[in-house]
Design a protein. Structure first.
Length: 420
């Protein structure tokens, strides 16, 4: 076995750990621990760290070099690390920020080693495993894969502790399988079933947000098809504006109609309306420390959050990524991250408008839709998780590809000038 083959296997294993393949979590009402208990968790976390260390240490020069391709994103990581100096919970900040740094460097490794399409194939492997694993668990061990009780009774959560986690992961899975299936007729027999199974799991999880995101994915595909068929730059811009309005409109619609959507399905816990009072309280906390916040992972692990937890007993985080970043890193941190979001948006738009050769070229825009909408109800903007990993790897990949295209164009121009 060559070292490249070994690295590929290790990469798939690391991605599998990120998406939770080995950490099967029963529904919250059954247990708060993973199957096998804390000992299994320690083994998996240790393996995760060792595998990450192997990939990053072996390619440390490249990882650092690629990391410097986006100074703003690098500054964002540095800001979270240095927030330990003003954090209300320094130990939590130190522990979580180290994992964030490792996730960032692994994202840099992925963007250097694999193109966006290759990254999607790697993710398709692990997402497919999650889908099959969740299906088997729900069918043969339903007490560990399906919620029961008054709140989410009968709704599938698969290998995760909550149905929304399964819904979010299967949304990513459906988007990846769909785009790859549209581009690869040769492997339709595995890609289309992967998309269908992912969609079925979203429906069985009864995750409204995930369904809305999936509809947005499919809508963007139709818009992208119109863009490919028309050479008019003006029309392309108009269609992209429609796509942006779709993203913004979907987000606003989710916020405005979440209560009625939840009410019609008989749910009565942790609705958007239930979060709104907590968000108001959190905005007061933000106003107390507006510029630097309470430190990365510093608020919910400190005494500052005690009154919030006492009033909202279900609260363990802000359930909103944008509020979370204001809480932890203040206006300075939120501004830096917003700049990276705008970078991502402009490069994804350019990829669709200028490049637009394959369906895979649409994936960065689709992922951005997912990333923004999911953070309206979850705190996943800057966490050492699969979402942030994909965010980093796609953004750095787009930067690397843009620089390669620019170098090739300059080289051809230089050759043409020399020949004259």
């Amino acid at each position: 076995m060559s070292i490249n083959q070994l690295e590929r296997i290790v990469t798939i294993l690391v991605l599998a750990i990120y998406v939770g393949v080995f950490k099967i979590k029963p529904p919250r009402e059954v247990s708060v621990e993973i199957l096998g208990g804390s000992f299994v968790g320690i083994i998996i976390n240790s393996l995760h760290y060792l595998l990450l260390f192997f990939l990053i240490f072996r390619n440390w020069k490249k990882c650092i070099y690629i990391s410097t391709k986006n100074i703003i994103l690098l500054l964002m990581i540095g800001f979270t690390l240095f927030s330990i100096f003003w954090s209300e919970a320094p130990q939590a900040t130190w522990f979580t920020s180290r994992w964030l740094l490792m996730t960032f460097l692994f994202g840099a490794y992925l963007s250097w080693k694999h193109s966006i399409q290759e990254q999607m194939w790697l993710l398709a492997w692990v997402m497919g495993i999650v889908a099959v694993e969740s299906t088997i668990l729900c069918l043969f061990l339903p007490s560990y894969g399906i919620h029961y009780g008054d709140t989410w009774s009968g709704q599938w959560c698969g290998i995760y502790e909550h149905k929304n986690s399964l819904g979010a992961m299967m949304t990513l899975s459906a988007g990846i399988f769909l785009n790859l299936a549209l581009d690869n007729y040769k492997y339709w027999w595995i890609l289309w079933p992967g998309f269908i199974l992912s969609t079925i799991l979203i429906i069985l999880a009864d995750s409204t947000t995930s369904l809305v995101i999936l509809v947005a994915f499919i809508s963007l595909i139709f818009i992208y098809k119109l863009i490919k068929q028309n050479k008019s730059h003006v029309l392309k811009v108009i269609l992209i504006n429609i796509a942006l309005m779709l993203i913004i409109g979907t987000s606003i619609w989710l916020l405005d109609n979440a209560y009625s959507l939840v009410a019609t399905q008989g749910k009565n816990l942790l609705t958007f309306s239930g979060r709104t009072p907590m968000w108001s309280e959190l905005m007061t906390k933000i106003a107390d420390r507006p510029f630097l916040g309470y430190g990365y992972s510093g608020f919910w692990n400190s005494a500052e959050a005690l009154n919030i937890k006492a009033e909202f007993k279900w609260a363990g985080d802000a359930h909103n990524g944008f509020i979370t970043i204001l809480l932890e890193l203040g206006l300075f941190g939120a501004t830096i991250f917003t700049i990276t979001l705008l970078q991502f948006l402009f490069k994804a738009l350019k990829r669709v408008l200028v490049r637009s050769q394959t369906w895979v070229d649409l994936w960065p825009m689709q992922f951005l839709v997912y990333f923004i909408i999911i953070n309206l109800s979850e705190s996943a903007l800057i966490n050492p998780n699969i979402d942030f990993l994909i965010y980093v790897s796609i953004l750095l990949s787009m930067i690397i590809e843009s620089q390669k295209i620019r170098r090739n164009r300059d080289f051809k121009l230089a050759l043409a000038t020399t020949s004259k």
